[in-house]
Ligand binder design. Structure first.
Ligand SMILES: [Zn+2]
Length: 223
């Protein structure tokens, strides 16, 4: 099984400022865009880092094709630095009109054909994990939860709920990103649990976390 090279990943989601002027004290290896980011923000990020941006669309994004340098991974898997990166854009229907919305039945049909990937990005939250069930517009997807259960991606990042949250579903770390976040991804099987080398091992904000304290580290990620 391929193992991703250690990477500093800039994750941007539901970024509400007009342009991207953050000062990030790391070399960035690639970028994940989780939807509801303006084209201006994506262009700024590309100009600044000149690294591939793997992206899916949010419910506010319309249908216009992404500009150069942005790789649309909706229902597709791409490879970079030995990581396989795939995704699924949009959310459950929360109004009559608009783009990038689906029913869970549609999503299930589409995701049944989606292969495994190491890093799965989506806009929608995950049912009974990182959703806001009390809010009609922020329901989680059962179909995405089923995909995670069956295919076991290592990392799932999503947006939409405007909340920093993290949880584990089996061996998958599921993280809700709001604004931006730098994650330091390592996959070091030899350092992980030797009986279960597929367990995630990550380093977040410069601090190494062993698999045993993953939940702690998810809290760190979601601060
Ligand atoms: Zn959204």
């Amino acid at each position: 099984m391929a193992i991703g090279y250690p990477s500093n990943v800039l994750v941007v989601s539901d970024y509400e400022k007009y342009s991207f002027k953050e000062r990030i004290p790391y070399r960035i290896d690639f970028v994940l865009s989780l939807g509801d980011n303006s084209m201006q923000v994506l262009k700024d990020v590309y100009q600044k880092y000149r690294k591939p941006i793997f992206a899916i669309r949010g419910n506010h994004d319309g249908k216009t094709p992404f500009p150069d340098g942005i790789i649309d991974v909706h229902l597709q898997v791409d490879n970079y630095r030995n990581w396989s990166i795939g995704g699924f854009g949009g959310t459950l229907f929360n109004k009559d009109r608009g783009h990038n919305m689906w029913t869970d039945a549609d999503a299930e049909y589409l995701l049944d054909q989606m292969p495994y990937c190491d890093i799965f990005i989506c806009h929608s939250p995950v049912a009974r994990a990182t959703d806001k069930p009390e809010s009609y517009a922020h329901q989680g997807s059962k179909a995405i939860r089923k995909y995670i259960r069956e295919k076991e991606p290592k990392f799932v990042y999503h947006g939409h709920v405007h909340k920093k949250l993290g949880t584990m579903i089996g061996n998958t770390a599921v993280v809700s990103v709001y604004g931006y976040k730098v994650v330091h991804l390592h996959w070091v099987a030899s350092v992980g649990d030797p009986r279960n080398p597929r367990r995630p091992f990550l380093q977040v904000e410069g601090r190494v976390r062993t698999p045993g304290v993953l939940s702690q580290h998810l809290r760190l990620l979601t601060k």
